[in-house]
Design a protein around this ligand. Structure first.
Ligand SMILES: C[S@@+](CC[C@H](N)C(=O)[O-])C[C@H]1O[C@@H](n2cnc3c(N)ncnc32)[C@H](O)[C@@H]1O
Length: 253
């Protein structure tokens, strides 16, 4: 499918984006011969790292972005495969030992229903490890929501409706039968060179659906307005400190 994801732009902030993915990997309890799925695997770099770290029997990375998967496919290796499919409609065949998802489920509706589906895929002792950004109250996000109204697209990123509080995820994991769990929010402090770097950071993720909806010319205006409004909130410090809050959760049944 065609999409607005741009791997080259996304990878410009590889270092900043890798730390939460690695923190999430560190929560997983390795077991011999694990069967793993990575929901929203993107370029597959983290998927390959996870596969190697666990010495997994099989790891399947799925994503709906053709452009991101084009980067992932050359990383295929024994036991490591990638498939183009939507998380919402995906159902793995065999019992799964780990469902991993880094920075992707914020794009998927109805987390209680999605987590209930994921729970049904797990074999006894199976684990989930999920990270979602929870920065909806930061100007980087509130400004987008305001501009979405002004540009008539309406909000195309409903993170605030989807992403639950850490306490709600903890209660949900318990309700779904996870006997062990860890849920916490961590703030990743990114020191970026300037405001333009922050705009670039989000133009490869949060702003993707607006790029697709508005077309290049109007999106150019949108991006300029985004920068102007952000400057009102954050000023133009150099370097610019950006605190990005993310919720990490791990559970084992
Ligand atoms: C921020 S990237 C994260 C990529 C990867 N997990 C990582 O940590 O580098 C989010 C990815 O989720 C994918 N995605 C978003 N919604 C999706 C959906 N409904 N089904 C499948 N993939 C989805 C996007 O295409 C994108 O590649």
């Amino acid at each position: 499918m065609t999409d607005a994801w741009n791997p080259a732009l996304y990878e410009r902030f590889k270092h900043e984006r890798a730390q939460p993915a690695r923190d999430l990997i560190a929560l997983v309890q390795p077991r011999p011969g694990m069967h793993v799925v990575d929901l929203g695997c993107g370029t597959g770099e983290i998927t390959a790292e996870l596969h190697a770290h666990l010495g997994a029997a099989s790891t399947v990375g799925i994503d709906r972005s053709t452009a991101m998967l084009a980067q992932a496919r050359p990383r295929e290796a024994p036991g490591l495969t990638f498939a183009e499919t939507d998380i919402a409609g995906f159902a793995p065949e065999a019992g799964i030992d780990l469902v991993y998802s880094n920075a992707a489920l914020q794009w998927v509706e109805d987390h209680p229903a999605q987590l209930a589906r994921v729970r049904r895929w797990l074999s006894p002792g199976g684990q989930v490890a999920i990270q979602v950004p929870c920065a909806d109250d930061h100007p980087t996000h509130t400004v987008v929501f305001e501009l979405a109204e002004r540009y008539g697209t309406g909000s195309l990123y409903h993170g605030a409706r989807r992403v639950l509080t850490p306490a709600a995820y903890a209660a949900l994991l318990f309700k779904l039968g996870f006997k062990e769990q860890q849920v916490f929010t961590r703030v990743y402090g990114h020191v970026l060179p300037d405001l333009d770097a922050l705009v670039t950071f989000f133009s490869s993720t949060l702003l993707n659906p607006y790029k697709a909806a508005l077309g290049d010319e109007r999106f150019g205006e949108f991006l300029q307005d985004y920068r102007d409004e952000l400057a009102k909130h954050l000023g133009e410090p150099k370097p610019l400190f950006f605190p990005m809050a993310r919720t990490l959760m791990w559970g084992r049944i």
